[in-house]
Write a new protein. Structure first.
Ligand code: FPP
Length: 246
């Protein structure tokens, strides 16, 4: 495995873009691309487990995806329901804990019950936390967190907002990957990606394989993470810092 001597990011987040184009290139309906996307996602979960990644967060349906053609929206809802019944036993066997992140009220009662059941049945697992963002938007998350604090009469600070976010159960992503060649965040993890390393892959999501993940991990290893500090500070060669310590 190419990443064996490399630092593995603890939390990897992915915008799984390109299913529609993958299908169009094969003269297939868009939903066929999403189905292939589920296979790619299963493969990616296995690859994350093999590499010791602790948290995987994926963007499966955005707050804005309701604006797609009705047959694609209903197809994605059906695919979610089908994937839950098909994949949860295998995820459970692999030690994966599932969380669904997003506004659930607009989803059908059947889908909501499926999400709750999947979370409950995997709650004891610890090998990989798998966040599936569904009916999720970064702006939605910031707004719902602020609303929660305001309704409790709590002060809005960076820390209190952070704790009220739907992603508060995991640390911020270290590496954020977007497939499909577009160079934007599209309302994904706007708050949490403040210091994530961003990797854009030209591969369409159904083609994102283990080698592509290893390429992203290799890219991550070329980055110096400074979190607002200088390069000298993070490498421990800051003369001013040394002078102060002395
Ligand atoms: C973006 O590609 C992809 C989505 C909006 C859906 C992502 C969903 C999956 C990978 C399947 C897993 C989902 C469930 C329901 C478990 P696009 O359709 O925008 O691709 P395009 O840019 O080529 O049109």
């Amino acid at each position: 495995m190419a990443s064996s001597r490399l630092t593995v990011p603890h939390h990897v987040a992915i915008v799984m873009d390109g299913n529609g184009r993958w299908a169009s290139q094969r003269f297939l309906p868009r939903i066929a691309g999403h189905k292939q996307g589920v296979d790619s996602l299963n493969r990616c979960v296995r690859a994350c487990l093999e590499r010791g990644i602790g948290v995987l967060t994926v963007f499966a349906f955005s707050s804005e995806n309701w604006n797609r053609p009705p047959e694609e929206v209903s197809g994605l809802m059906e695919l979610l329901a089908l994937s839950l019944s098909r994949e949860v036993p295998s995820l459970n066997a692999q030690g994966v804990r599932i969380h669904f992140v997003g506004a659930r009220q607009r989803l059908s009662e059947k889908v909501q019950a499926g999400l709750a059941q999947a979370e409950l049945s995997t709650a004891g697992n610890q090998r990989l936390i798998f966040n599936v963002c569904f009916n999720y938007g970064g702006r939605w998350d910031i707004a719902q967190a602020a609303h929660k604090l305001a309704s409790r009469g709590e002060a809005i600070t960076e820390l209190s907002l952070d704790r009220a976010m739907a992603m508060a159960h995991v640390p911020d992503p270290d590496l954020l990957i977007r497939t499909g060649g577009e160079l934007r965040l599209s309302n994904f993890l706007l708050w949490q990606a403040a210091y994530s390393e961003l990797h854009f892959s030209s591969k369409l999501w159904p083609e994102f394989d283990d080698a592509a993940l290893d390429e992203a991990i290799a890219f991550f290893n070329t980055r110096e993470r400074r979190f607002g500090q200088t390069s000298a500070q993070v490498s421990g060669h800051d003369k001013n810092q040394d002078a102060r310590v002395v």
